[in-house]
Ligand binder design. Structure first.
Ligand code: ATP
Ligand code: MG
Length: 431
C-alpha cells in the first residue's frame, strides 16, 4: 500500500507558549532517534504537527509501533499519503486509501491549517464524502463512524490518512532536566523512573548491591531494567554501587530497628553525590506511602533529612496493584519478579522501627563515619552506559566520577531556570 510518510501529532507540547519551538525541536529529535535505521527521511516540522517521509511504501508497522511507543510527547501518529492541494487529486487519493476496507458508516474530516486555500474544509468534507459514496455504498455518520478519512491541508500539500494510532503522551524525554533514580531490582522503582521520563526527565540510575556477600542477581536485573528504560531516552547511565560493607558497619554499630532507615539514608547520600556530579536536580525512588515499614510518613521524613536534593516519589499515592499493572504495561514486570538477593534482604531486623525519630537517627549515626563509608562505596562503584538497541552508544568521555571528596554538597538547584536551560548537554560528563 502506498505510504508517503508519517504524520505525528502532539498535544501537551503544543501548550508551551514561548518555549514551544524548544519542546517541538526536542520531540522531533527524539522521533528521529527512535526511527533510526528504519526507511525514513528527516523529521520535518509542519504547522502543529511533524512529518517524516517514508523511503518505501510497505512499512513494517509492528516495528514502527514498537519504536514510537517509546517517544513521549506524541498524541498520535498515522501513515499518510501526500497529494497536491487540488480537490480532484484529494478525491482520488481518498478513494485509493479506502480500497480493501470494509465499513458501513464513514465520515470525512478535513482541516485546513492556513487561510489562503480557496475552499473551506466543510466543502472538502462534502465533496470527498459524495465522491466516496459514488464508489462505495455506505452511510455518513458524524459520530462513531466505522471509518474516518482524515485530510489535513497544509501549505503546499494535503495529507490523507485513515489509521490513527495512539501516542505515548507526556513530554519529550530530556526537556525537563535530569534526575537520579534509585533503581532496585524490584517492581516499583522502574515504574517510578518511567513516570519521570514521561514528564520529560532524563533519568540516570543508581543500584546498590551486596556482592560479594550476595549473588550478582540483583545487578543483572538492574542492568536489564535500565536497558529497558534506555529505550525511552536513547541511552541511560547506570551506577552499580557495592553496599555490603556499609551495611555490615550499620549492623555492627547501630540499633537493629533503625537499620532499614539507615540503609536508605546512606543510599540517598551516595546517589545524591553521583547525581550532583551529573547535574541531576532531584532523586527519584519507587516508595509508596505505607507499603513497607521503611515507607511510613515518619520514616520518609527521616530519609528526606539525609538528602541534599529533593526526593521525588511519583508512586507515593499508588496502590501496589496499580503499580504492578503499570509495570506490566511498561514491560518491566517480568524482569522485576525474577528471583534475586536484594541488598535490603541482608541483615533485615525482625522488628523494624516504623516511626523513626530524628534524634534517634542522628544518635545512631554518630557511631558511624558517614563520610568514609560513603566515599568507600563510591570509590568502588561501576558505571554502565547502556543504549537502546537502535542507538549507537556514545563512548563516555569520563568513564568514572572524580573520587576523593565524594560527599561534597551538590550544586544548588535553581528553581527559576527556564526550560531551555534544562535541556541535556550532548555529553554525560560529570559537571
Ligand atoms: P518492591 O517492588 O520490592 O517494593 P522496590 O524497588 O520498591 O521494590 P523497596 O524495598 O520498596 O523496593 O524500596 C523502596 C525504594 O528504595 C525503591 O523503590 C528504590 O527506589 C529504593 N531502593 C531500594 N533498594 C534499592 C537498591 N538495592 N538499589 C537502589 N535503590 C533501592
Ligand atoms: Mg517498594
Amino acid at each position: 500500500m502506498r505510504c508517503d510518510g508519517l504524520i505525528l501529532h502532539y498535544a501537551e507540547v503544543a501548550t508551551k507558549g514561548r518555549n514551544r519551538p524548544l519542546f517541538i525541536g526536542k520531540l522531533a529529535e527524539n522521533v528521529q532517534q527512535a526511527l533510526s535505521g528504519l526507511p525514513f527521511g528527516r523529521v520535518e516540522r509542519l504547522s502543529g504537527r511533524l512529518f517524516v517521509r517514508a523511503q518505501q511504501d510497505d512499512l513494517d508497522l509492528a516495528t514502527v509501533h514498537a519504536r514510537l511507543k517509546t517517544v513521549y510527547g506524541l498524541s498520535s501518529y498515522s501513515p499518510v499519503v501526500r497529494t497536491a492541494l487540488d480537490l480532484d487529486r484529494i478525491k482520488e487519493q481518498a478513494l485509493a486509501l479506502i480500497q480493501g476496507r470494509t465499513y458501513t458508516t464513514f465520515r470525512v474530516s478535513a482541516r485546513r491549517v492556513f487561510k489562503d486555500l480557496p475552499y473551506p474544509s466543510l466543502m472538502v468534507d462534502r465533496e470527498v464524502g459524495a465522491y466516496l459514496l459514488q464508489h462505495h455504498p455506505a452511510k455518513v455518520k458524524l459520530e462513531g463512524a466505522d471509518l474516518q478519512v482524515y485530510c489535513e491541508m497544509m501549505p503546499g500539500s494535503a495529507y490523507l490518512y485513515v489509521d490513527k494510532f495512539a501516542g505515548a503522551l507526556g513530554l519529550p524525554a530530556g526537556i525537563s532536566g535530569k534526575v537520579m533514580c534509585l533503581l532496585s531490582g524490584g517492581i516499583d522503582s522502574p515504574v517510578a523512573a518511567a513516570r519521570m521520563q514521561r514528564r520529560g526527565c532524563r533519568v540516570f540510575a543508581t543500584h546498590f548491591h551486596s556482592h560479594p556477600f550476595l549473588s550478582r542477581a540483583s545487578q543483572e536485573k538492574a542492568v536489564e531494567l535500565a536497558e529497558h528504560l534506555a529505550a525511552y531516552q536513547g541511552q541511560i547511565t547506570l551506577f552499580l554501587v557495592p553496599f555490603g560493607e556499609l551495611q555490615r558497619e550499620i549492623v555492627t554499630n547501630a540499633p537493629p530497628a533503625l537499620r532499614v532507615v539507615l540503609y536508605r539514608r546512606f543510599m540517598i547520600r551516595i546517589a545524591a553525590t553521583l547525581a550532583a556530579q551529573f547535574r541531576c536536580r532531584a532523586l527519584v525512588t519507587g516508595e509508596s506511602l505505607g507499603q513497607v515499614a521503611s515507607q511510613t510518613l515518619s520514616n520518609l521524613v527521616a530519609i528526606n533529612a539525609a538528602s541534599p536534593l529533593p526526593i521525588l516519589r511519583p508512586l507515593i499515592g499508588f496502590d501496589k496493584q496499580e503499580i504492578i499493572a503499570e509495570a506490566k504495561k511498561l514491560g518491566t514486570y517480568e524482569t522485576s519478579i525474577l528471583p534475586d538477593e536484594d541488598c535490603c534482604t541482608l541483615f533485615v531486623p525482625r522488628d523494624p522501627e516504623t516511626h523513626a525519630r530524628a534524634e534517634a537517627v542522628t544518635k545512631a549515626e554518630t557511631a558511624l563515619d558517614i563520610e568514609r563509608l560513603c566515599s568507600d562505596a563510591l570509590t568502588r562503584h561501576e558505571r554502565r552506559d547502556l543504549a537502546a538497541p537502535w542507538v549507537t552508544p556514545r563512548a563516555p568521555r569520563h568513564p568514572g566520577v572524580p573520587q576523593g571528596d565524594t560527599v561534597s554538597e551538590p550544586r544548588a538547584a535553581d528553581p527559576e531556570t527556564p526550560a531551555e536551560e534544562l535541556i541535556d548537554e550532548e555529553t554525560d560528563a560529570p559537571a
